[in-house]
Design a binder for this molecule. Sequence first.
Ligand code: PRP
Ligand code: URA
Length: 209
Amino acid sequence: MSAPIHISDHPLIQHKLARLRAVETKPPEFRDLIAAISRGLLFEATRDLPLRPVEVTTPLAQVTCREIGVRIGLVPVLRAGLGMAEAMLEALPEASVWHLGLYRDHATLKPVTYYNKLPARSDMDLALVLDPMLATGGSAIAAINILKQHGTPKVTFVGIIGAPEGRDALRSAHPDVPIVLAALDDRLNDIGYIVPGLGDAGDRQFGTI
Ligand code: PRP
Ligand code: URA
């Protein structure tokens, strides 16, 4: 059986996604929106994390509480995943961050790996692969291949907008990997962009249009 695909219907995420898509939204606001949506998606993606008991002394009494029982890694796919990782790290400061540099060749649409900052030994229980756009799925699949070859036991993909083509490709390559998105759009156009989408997520974040 395949892992779940979760498309968030949270009103705050949908509200911010509308502004993120808008062509007039400039890089400073675009980055703020990526951050806000990512914080929301982090809560969705970590809903089933295992907890363990922890004893806490409040000013009044001792109480058994619960804390996260696994080591989590954030794996931003450069460049566009950087804003997602930064925002999630604020909510989960103990997470490690592993950077993976991949770009999509414009002619072939195939991912090219140019940077890999994984530590020598895998020490995380769950890796969240972060990339706002799941278009053909090639970049997500390549990033997850790298993590699995490196010995990462569990991986979740967290994106903002997906295309059906990317969802199907990722599902078929890595059926064990849950997918969390803010929206699943209609299709890819003939140059591999998601429609309606938001354009180029890296360029819009970093003002390189
Ligand atoms: C974009 C996006 C994904 C990839 C998605 O990156 O951030 O990494 O394309 O496309 P795919 O699903 O077809 O692989 P891009 O190659 O534009 O690099 P950038 O983030 O450095 O701009
Ligand atoms: N990468 C992007 O940034 N946007 C798309 O629509 C597809 C790939």
